[in-house]
Design a binder for this molecule. Structure first.
Ligand code: GFB
Length: 328
């Protein structure tokens, strides 16, 4: 990947896509191809094909997806499977048809079985039942992984799939209902602090454990993977001792926390001193989701942003962007 290469970042306004743009620009990549949803509907297979034929990107970071937290996933499963399958059909098909040199497809740790052995190794894919709250989203992402693998086998493309753990950071979705736990709690604690509320509700039992990676670390790992991969032989050879073209690569932080501990940390950093009440009528989801990132670590990559620093940075960003605090 050279600084002058034309690189398409699908989903550049999302959490991961915007971090990728920031980081690629800071590394001197100037030829970034970006399209808003209004300019290019990624669910429109013909429009996406025409765009790839005209622009001919050399590399693609595939960070576009319909995403959401546990409630959004369990309330709108049809949208999650439908929209993600369409986006994937469009982009993966067009990338193959126009000879994109390398593409990084981003999946999600929820592709692994609900009760996968912890920490979760890449080999756990398709070895057990999925977590019901996000089954539809997970099946769409699994289809994306298998599409990339199948295109590599049949057409000789070079599409690699990376599985990030739960991500957070600047540019996250802070909506009340549809968001992930970390931005949801940050917003709720912030509002409660301003309103002098003495009790705050946290969904579920507080006992599920999650691993959180700051999105700048995620962008760094994604660019690292594209580069490591670019340095390897044409047969797709070695990423962490595996054939990158037929395998997936976990991107994790390496430690997890309980939702209770996360809530206490967010409350401390936001400056909320009230009581936490756990609402067990809300779903817990998977009991634990800690990725084994040995494969990625073997390539020399390490995360740099601790959970405490990452939350503090995210809260600074939240305070500097008052519009996100008014979302529904
Ligand atoms: O972040 P979250 O929605 O993601 O929820 P998942 C994580 C845990 O936090 C669950 C609890 O046990 C929730 O019950 N939680 C506590 C809350 N309070 C809240 C809150 O106010 N909002 C939210 N959202 N959760 C999603 C998947 O699952 O993770 C997606 O549905 C995707 O498919 C994404 O994989 C990364 O880890 O449970």
């Amino acid at each position: 990947m050279q600084p002058s290469d034309k690189i398409f970042i699908a989903g550049h306004r999302g959490l991961v896509g915007s971090a990728l743009v920031r980081q690629l620009r800071s590394l001197g990549f100037e030829n970034l191809l970006l399209r808003s949803r209004q300019e290019l509907d990624l669910e429109d297979i013909a429009a996406v094909r025409a765009f790839f034929e005209k622009e001919r990107p050399r590399h693609v970071f595939f960070a576009a997806a319909k995403v959401g937290g546990i409630l959004a996933n369990s309330s709108y499963p049809a949208d999650f499977i439908h929209d993600n399958l369409l986006i994937q059909l469009s982009v993966i098909g067009a990338a193959q048809a126009t000879n994109v040199e390398k593409m990084l497809f981003l999946g999600s740790s929820c592709i692994y079985p609900k009760l996968a052995e912890q920490p979760i190794r890449e080999e756990s894919l398709l070895t057990g039942e999925l977590e019901p709250t996000n089954e539809a989203y997970a099946i769409a992402k699994i289809a994306g992984i298998i599409m990339c693998r199948s295109f590599n086998r049949q057409y000789g493309t070079r599409f690699i799939s990376a599985m990030p753990t739960n991500l957070y950071g600047e540019g996250d979705n802070f909506e009340r209902a549809g968001s992930h736990v970390l931005p949801a709690l940050m917003r709720r604690f912030h509002d409660a602090k301003l309103a002098n509320q003495d009790e705050i509700v946290v969904w579920g039992s507080g006992s599920p454990r999650r691993e959180f990676l700051h999105v700048d670390d995620m962008a760094d790992a994604s660019i690292h993977l594209m580069r490591v991969w670019a340095e390897t032989a044409d047969d797709g050879s070695v990423v962490g001792g595996q054939n990158a073209l037929n395998e997936i690569v976990n991107i994790g932080y390496g430690e997890d926390v309980s939702i209770r501990d996360l809530a206490e940390l967010v409350a401390e950093l936001v400056g909320y001193r009230g009581t936490l009440r756990f609402d067990t009528s809300m779903p817990d989801g998977t009991p634990r989701k800690l990725l084994d990132s040995t494969r990625l670590r073997a390539t020399g990559w390490r995360p740099r942003i601790s959970l405490r620093d990452g939350i503090a940075r995210t809260y600074e960003w939240f305070l500097a962007h008052p519009a996100v605090a008014r979302l529904g």
